[in-house]
Design a protein around this ligand. Sequence first.
Ligand SMILES: Nc1ncnc2c1ncn2[C@@H]1O[C@H](COP(=O)(O)OP(=O)(O)OP(=O)(O)O)[C@@H](O)[C@H]1O
Length: 209
Amino acid sequence: MLYLKDVAYHPPATPSPILSGANLELASQELGLVIGPSGSGKTTLLEILAGLAEQTKGQIFWRDQELTPLDLQQLGGLVFQFPERHFCGSTILEELRLGHPEIEADTIKNALQEVGLEHISLNTSPHALSGGQQRRLALAVQLIRQPNLLLLDEPTAGLDWSMRQQLAKLLAKLKNHWTILVVSHDPTELLAIADRCWKIDQGHLELAK
Ligand SMILES: Nc1ncnc2c1ncn2[C@@H]1O[C@H](COP(=O)(O)OP(=O)(O)OP(=O)(O)O)[C@@H](O)[C@H]1O
């Protein structure tokens, strides 16, 4: 279970908090959805949960354990918005091995199976994949690290209707093994698969479902 208690983010340089007093509970193998307009604090929330920024107030727990940013970096796997823009490998294999040269063939195979890319050659360039396949590869990059928590920033942004549907179906399947938190400003396809839903506006998080 992920548990946020009164988490705020107010860097000294900003006049008002970017995130104020956020409370959130997400059980294991649930998919949580945070919906909010541009600039409402969604990415900041994910960055804190991924251990890339530290809250200025409040606490974050996984089960009973309070987590530091370092713990969060190990616990979470963050897929950025438009992850395909950050691909560095010249092949799928290289992309999956970045930072983990020791990773075993079986782990790679399992991650690709999880995201439905097992039929594609490992020598394929990530840039030769379709938009939907690239998003799946970005998920596989995180899955090989075996995170407890998958954090997804606007996973369906820029995809056409059919790819958005397919991605939502995949996330519904991944939720059988992972706890997932998704942020989005356009959650149409994601609402049906979400177990819990929050709205965020100007840094204020509120339970919606
Ligand atoms: N480190 C920071 N210092 C100052 N301002 C920041 C910082 N990080 C984010 N902001 C501001 O905080 C607000 C929330 O930003 P954030 O990126 O979290 O919103 P968002 O909901 O993800 O928006 P979008 O959907 O457009 O990415 C914005 O006004 C942004 O400019």
